[in-house]
Every structure is written in C-alpha cells, then in structure tokens.
Design a protein around this ligand. Structure first.
Ligand code: OGA
Ligand code: MN
Length: 315
C-alpha cells in the first residue's frame, strides 16, 4: 500500500490495495490515513455490492438508502444508494423527473445527511460508469477553512446551532414540489456549526446547503452569513477536485469536508455510481452538550419559503 497526497491539506490516493480483500493491519493503515487526509481515493477497484458493503461496515453501521427506486439487479441492498442518472430500467432520467430534480441538489456544496437527526459520518462512493467530460466531484477541507478564519469569527460561531432540512437545499435549485406528507417524512434537524472531530480533536466548520438558518438569529441574516461562509470555505486553496475513472472508490469524512457534483451532460451520458454511508453515533448537538459545550438552543423549525414578513406593506 502506497499513499500519495493529492492536495496540500485534503485528499490522498491509496495505491496497491484491493478493497475486496483487506486484513486488519491494512485496515488500520487506511483508517489512520483517512483521519489525516479526510478524503481517500482507491483507484482500479472491482467491487461487488457485497465487497462495497463489507469494506464500508468496517467503519461502523450503515444507513438505509433514502433515494428513489433503483435498478434492483445492479443494487441488491437497501444499504446502497443509487447515485446515478438512470432510472430503475436503466434509462437516462427524463428532464422533468423528480429523481433528476433531486439529484440537482447534489450540485450545491453540501455535507451528507446533516438534515438527519443522526447525520452521515463517512460516505463511500464507487464509480461503475463515468462520463467523458465534466462530472467531477469536488471536496472542500472544512478544517483548513476553520483554521483560516480570524479568531474573532471562530469565537462568534463556536456556540451556534443550525437548522438543516433536505428541502432547503432542494428549494435552492427550484425544487419545491413536496406535499405535507413528504415533508413530514424528513423533519428538520439541528447540528452544531463548529464540529470537533472525535478522532483528531480538530475543529471544522460544519456547513451544507441543507442548512437553513441559525437558531435564534434572523433568517435573512443567517442565510447571508451561511452563504458567505460556504464561499469562504470553498476557495480554490481548500478544494480538491476529483476526476473520476471507472473503478474508483472515493471515501470522505462528512465531519470535516463538504462536497458537490460538477455538471455534465446528464441527458446524454450515463454516470453510474453507488454509495454506502456510515452513520454517525449521535446528533452533533447532543455530542457537543455531552462534551460540556454551551450552545445557543431554540426551536428546530423549517418550512419551504420560510422568511419572516416585514413591517411595511409592498408599495
Ligand atoms: C453523494 C454526492 C456527488 C457526485 O454521493 O453524496 O453528493 O459527484 N455525490 O455524484
Ligand atoms: Mn453528497
């Protein structure tokens, strides 16, 4: 096994390892490298669903898939999410399909599963079929971004709590057609704005396009701040852009990175990916409180189009 960094602070490629058959000592090396680099790329893999699941489970229990129908022959487990642009019959998604609208949300900078009470800890994305142009995945180092903030800002954000909803990121790409029933299936969740990594002790900004607002702050003001921080954290110096080859498995630590899909001609080319996701052990607010941190708590509410009305009529 041979580990080669891809970027000054984020990401490394791991050569000469077959993820279909790794022993405990190799696993230990991988785990250590993962905590240092935040993103690991394993090129040239040939994984069955069972191999993908088995490697992923070495990091902890997996979350059940929440995405739409998948091709049952290709994906035979409800712990594998279909991150592709094809439907259950292997056809390209139609321009106006709900699934395609849902996928568009992944083109915004985000962290997986922050809208869940127990968020996603590690994502492992495996590429079966790639596109000739575009379709990179970009990763941002939220540890380095946090460290680069002025001390006064780091202090200002330390106790803040964000409300996240999957419908907030979808609202931002113009997908708002969710009835009451669908909205109730995925209620909003609260997460700390500054996360402390359990294994390394490092602090990170914990942001995502799922984040709606800061608890206890004006919604418009918090949205402007969240936008500014996402821009800050995704400057080129903090970003590694992954160009996919078929057979790549890329795993990232959702506790200290953000990512986004880059555009490609999804109405023309098939891009076939599948993801397993290791669940965190608890909500980040609960963990922080248990560790003795003081947080600014309040109601965890989200509605599509939520903004307080102003004090004067439209003239
Ligand atoms: C994901 C994701 C980005 C991509 O699988 O969680 O955001 O490039 N994927 O497909
Ligand atoms: Mn994602």
């Amino acid at each position: 096994m041979n580990i080669e960094p891809l970027h000054p602070t984020l990401g490394a490629v791991v050569h000469d390892v077959d993820l279909a058959s790794i022993g405990p000592s190799t696993f230990e090396h991988i785990e250590q490298a993962f905590y240092v680099h935040g993103v690991l790329v394993f090129p040239g893999q040939r994984l069955t669903n069972e191999n993908h699941l088995a490697f992923s489970r070495m990091f902890g229990p997996l979350q059940k898939r929440t995405t739409y129908a998948r091709d049952k022959e290709r994906i035979d487990s409800d712990e594998i999410a279909d991150i592709s642009n094809i439907d259950a019959n292997g056809m390209l998604l139609l321009p106006d399909s709900r699934q395609r609208a849902m996928n568009m949300g992944d083109r915004l900078w985000h962290t997986d599963g922050t809208f869940q009470q127990v968020p996603s800890m590690i994502s492992l994305l495996y590429a079966a079929e790639v596109v000739p142009v575009g379709g990179n995945t970009e990763f941002a180092d939220m540890r380095a971004a946090y460290d680069a903030l002025p001390a006064s800002e780091r202090q200002e954000y330390e106790n803040l709590v964000l409300v996240h909803s999957v419908y907030r990121s979808r609202e931002q790409v113009g997908f708002t057609e969710f009835n009451e029933h669908i909205q109730q299936l995925r209620p909003p969740a609260q997460q700390v704005m500054v996360r402390v990594h359990e294994k390394t002790g490092r602090r990170s900004l914990y942001l995502a396009s799922h984040a709606s607002h800061i608890i206890g702050r004006d919604v418009r003001e918090s949205r402007a701040l969240l936008r500014r921080l996402i821009e800050f954290a995704t400057q080129e110096r903090f970003v590694y852009s992954h160009r996919w080859n078929a057979g790549d498995l890329v795993m990232w630590d959702n506790r200290c990175t953000m990512h986004r899909a880059r555009p490609f001609d999804d109405l023309r080319y098939r891009r076939i990916m599948q993801r397993t996701t290791v669940l965190d052990s608890a909500n980040s607010v609960e963990k922080a409180l248990a560790a003795g941190r003081k947080l600014e708590l309040g109601p965890v509410e989200f509605r599509l189009g939520m903004v307080p009305s102003l004090d004067a009529p439209i003239t």
